[in-house]
Design a protein around this ligand. Structure first.
Ligand code: UDP
Length: 329
């Protein structure tokens, strides 16, 4: 454990009261479950624009869990003590943020402002989930936290990239001006059960297509790469950052890099599908290569991903089969 991490076991933060914005989303719902398991009381705030109640259906009647159907971009009040604010609320799939660019920018602007204000007023630690998209279409590979990125500020992805870059800047400003205890997690692509089948992201899209025997829609020539981190690894890293004093941005992702063509072929094999691959037009400004340098996360959080792509994809595919049937995978 590094000198920047708080040395605390789960029992030492028993009773922590944590607010998770975007808690009904894909990463957020896994995070809420992990927080409850660690002994926290959880207030989950979500406007259900891209999150889903079914993601937290098993948590709704848990005594230490409260769901607030509210939009983080509008002023909201949470009474009582708050020890930790985890700000995840934001559309995160390109398909979603292309559809709602203004809401995406407001989530990073007004939403981050409201979440930070809550942390300031309550004296809570604050962690924002930023993104590898702050690096844009990177000219440096793999990406380290000290790379400033290559972002088109007026391109179609700007609503997301600049929203998250603004979130980071506002987080630093609240730290400097108000002394808020802040952390910044730069998440690279995460995947796992409970992604919306229709959310447009590559893993659920390919799995649904393969299971339906339909062509897998590989965008461009499929040579672009991503590095896919299984959601339990992502959540473990966010919790480690939340429990540390780290203030600098920390990349959270799996350095195992794969082309989208290889990913399509792998999912066809794992599902035993007879689907072909179909090459379709790429999204404009689609980043060509993406792989995190996770040296800082290893050093300051004592964290690295543990779940291999094979195992993670098997679990994810099972969650898309009617009975979560692993034998079919
Ligand atoms: N992609 C693809 N087919 C799809 C959806 C996505 O080939 O049906 C590619 C997309 O071009 C991108 C990568 O998969 O290069 C990851 O896309 P995703 O939307 O999952 O997330 P991003 O990393 O772009 O935010």
């Amino acid at each position: 454990m590094s000198h920047t991490a708080r040395t605390q076991g789960p029992s030492e933060h028993m009773g922590r009261r944590t607010v998770v914005t975007g808690g009904a989303g894909f990463v957020g719902s896994h995070l809420c479950r992990a927080l409850l398991a660690a002994g926290d009381s959880v207030v989950c705030l979500d406007n259900l624009s891209t999150g889903r109640l079914r993601n937290i259906g098993d948590l709704l009647d848990r005594p230490r869990f409260t769901f607030l159907n509210a939009d983080v971009v509008e002023p909201f009040a949470i009474s009582g003590r708050v020890d930790l604010v985890l700000h995840l609320a934001c559309p995160a799939s390109p398909v979603d943020y292309f559809r709602m660019p203004v809401a995406t920018l407001r989530a990073g602007g007004h939403g981050t402002y409201n979440a930070l204000s809550l942390a300031r007023d309550k004296g809570a630690r604050f962690v924002v989930t930023s993104t590898s998209e702050v690096y844009g279409d990177p000219l440096v590979h793999p990406q380290r936290e000290d790379y400033w990125g290559n972002v088109n500020p007026v391109g179609p992805r700007a609503c997301y990239d600049e929203s998250k870059r603004f979130s980071e800047a506002l987080t630093v400003a609240f730290r400097d001006e108000y002394g808020v205890d802040t952390g910044i997690a730069r998440l690279f692509n995460s995947y796992g059960p409970d992604m919306r089948g229709g959310d447009g992201r590559v893993v659920p899209t390919f799995i649904k297509q393969a299971l339906a025997g339909k062509p897998l829609t590989v965008m461009g020539d499929g040579s672009q790469t991503r590095s896919l981190c299984y959601v339990t690894d992502t959540v473990r890293a966010i919790l480690a950052l939340a429990g540390s004093y780290e203030t600098s941005p920390v990349n959270i992702g799996n350095p195992h890099e794969i082309t989208m063509r290889e990913l399509a072929e792998y999912i066809i094999t794992l599902t035993g599908s007879a689907s072909p691959v179909r090459y379709v037009e790429a999204h404009p400004d689609d980043p060509q290569r993406r792989r995190p340098d996770i040296g800082r996360a290893r050093r300051v959080l004592d964290w690295e991903p543990e779940v291999r792509l094979f195992d993670g994809l098997k679990e994810t595919i099972a969650s898309f089969t009617p009975a979560g049937d692993l034998s079919a995978v």
